[in-house]
Design a protein around this ligand. Structure first.
Ligand code: KIV
Ligand code: ZN
Length: 514
């Protein structure tokens, strides 16, 4: 049995299905580059037929992200399969079509309204079609966890004969327990006559908190591809967390004797990037990537760690990318140093982007002595395409305190014309939001507002995530600044810029500029 586990990352597809986590094409590209640098084997870049934007993201990722297999998802229907083939075409022989159909009784009867024979026939036809278009085809039996094992054996045998070389067994609803799921994989591998012609894969959801445990049980029984996401993002309670699987295999190599191609020192920066872009913060006590994952509070623990790190640490924070490369830049650093530092964070900046980011870096370095990697990620998370922004913040003045109601006065440049407004609010952020939103329409319903201190210290940048909804879209955006009211205003404006039909409110008085 091979001692190599393939990591199939589906942050950009299943992860994006987390409520409110939709990303735009540029954001997906940034994550895809980071995943490639992290060392994942396969990036599931999206579901091309879902929308023109989904198609474009898969196409751009297939064109621009090298050294990794690019997969696209397709239902077992002709138009989806053709869509994936077109979207992954720039990846050449690194492209994979991932096609699926449900196999559990409840899905076949209630959702598909198809007989078991019809499901097998459709799966086989889909795999054959896909195999005529690309060299590598993955087949998923959706809701395999609740599917009958005899039926699974039958369909798996036939799709392997039809050309599928990766067989994915999803626990779609997170219902399985580790023992059961491990045995399911064992039986399939033993009973399907042509099982040796395919790699068995698993895709576990976390509804009962067992996604990682179930994935590892499957690995113990011969699964050699695990589908997972950064920070465990995904539908409902999410998918198996990549960082946990990788670090369990590495930390407990004595037990598993199987490794991945992941560069674990890039885990934390990738996790932060995904959290920033999706606006889905990581809980502090989350394994591996939570802020407290390596923090020792009790005196007994601190004493132990000081005497010998291994008393309370089973892996080092450095091994997953905490505390590495702290503070490399300050106000005297130049463009080349900044560009190089971003490169170590797996971000390639072109000249135009570097110009914008460097200007932001200088402003920040004037306010804050030590610039950390987290700060660099944060200034990058603000939209780097500033010239494309229809609304820009010109100035913001807020008064607040214990006596009077907070008041914000804002001046915005909306498509080249300055507009200003003043508003009162329950707090300074509320006042600033009311002032900004009074100047544009549609101005979005605020679904989420969250603030994080990016680094330690009172001069830390606050990073604000805002999620807005209008009639047709939900958008996320971030803003960062050492002043959290300004960070909030930047985040709101960045989100407004993402609403396709947003424009200046006609009734508002224009500011003369003098
Ligand atoms: O959870 C699931 O079954 C899926 C499949 C499409 C692989 O996401
Ligand atoms: Zn899934």
């Amino acid at each position: 049995m091979s001692d190599r586990l393939y990591i199939f990352d589906t942050t950009l597809r299943d992860g994006e299905q987390s409520p409110g986590c939709s990303m735009n094409v540029e954001e997906k590209l940034r994550i895809a580059h980071a995943l490639s640098a992290l060392g994942v084997d396969i990036i599931e870049a999206g579901f091309p037929v879902a929308s023109p934007d989904d198609f474009e993201s898969v196409y751009r990722i297939a064109s621009e992200v090298k050294d990794v297999t690019i997969a696209g998802l397709a239902r077992a229907v002709s138009k989806d399969i053709e869509g994936v083939a077109k979207a992954i075409q720039p990846a050449g022989d690194r492209g994979r079509i991932h096609t699926f159909i449900a196999t559990s009784p409840i899905h076949m009867q209630a959702k598909l309204r198809m007989s078991a024979d019809e499901v097998v026939a459709q799966a086989v036809a889909a795999v054959k079609q896909a195999r005529n278009l690309v060299a590598e085809v993955e087949f998923s039996a959706e809701d395999a966890g609740r599917s009958d094992d005899d039926f699974l054996c039958r369909i798996v045998e036939q799709v392997i004969d039809a050309g599928a070389s990766i067989i994915n067994i999803p626990d779609t609803v997170g219902y399985m327990t580790p023992d059961e799921f491990g045995l399911k994989i064992k039986h399939l591998r033993e009973r399907v006559p042509n099982a040796d012609k395919a790699i068995f894969s698993v895709h576990c959801h976390n509804d009962l908190g067992l996604a990682v445990a179930n994935s590892l049980a499957a690995v113990e029984h011969g699964a050699r591809q695990v589908e997972c996401t950064i920070n465990g993002l995904g539908e409902r309670a999410g998918n198996a967390a990549l960082e946990e699987i990788v670090m369990i295999l590495r930390t407990r190599a004595d037990r598993y004797a199987i490794d991945t191609g992941i560069d674990s020192t890039k885990i934390v920066s990738t996790s932060k990037l995904v959290a920033q872009i999706t606006g889905m913060p990581v809980q502090a006590n989350k394994a591996i990537v939570g802020a407290n994952a390596f923090a020792h509070e009790s005196g007994i623990h601190q004493d132990g760690v000081l005497k010998h790190q291994k008393t309370y640490e089973i892996m080092t924070p450095e091994s997953v990318g905490w505390n590495t490369n702290r503070m490399v830049l300050g106000k005297h650093s130049g463009r080349a140093a900044l560009k190089a530092r971003y490169k170590t964070l797996s971000v390639e900046l072109d000249d135009a982007q570097l110009k914008v980011v460097f200007a932001r870096f200088k402003i920040l370095a004037d306010k804050k002595k030590d610039i950390f990697d987290e700060d660099l990620q944060a200034i990058l998370s603000e939209d780097t395409e500033v010239d494309m922004e229809r609304v820009k913040l010109v100035s913001l003045q807020v008064t607040s305190g214990t006596q009077d109601a907070p008041v914000a006065a804002v001046k915005l440049d909306i498509e080249g014309v300055e507009h200003e407004a003043t508003a009162q609010g329950d707090g300074p952020v509320d006042a600033a939001f009311k002032a900004i939103q009074s100047l544009v329409e549609p101005n979005g319903k605020l679904l989420l507002y969250s603030v994080n201190a990016i680094t330690a210290g009172t001069d830390a940048q606050g990073e604000v995530t805002v999620r807005l909804q209008d009639a047709d879209s939900i958008v996320n955006a971030q803003g960062s600044d050492t002043d959290i009211v300004v960070a909030s205003a930047k985040a709101l404006i960045a989100a407004l810029n993402k609403l396709p039909n947003m424009h200046a409110k006609a009734v508002h008085a224009q500011y003369s500029g003098v």
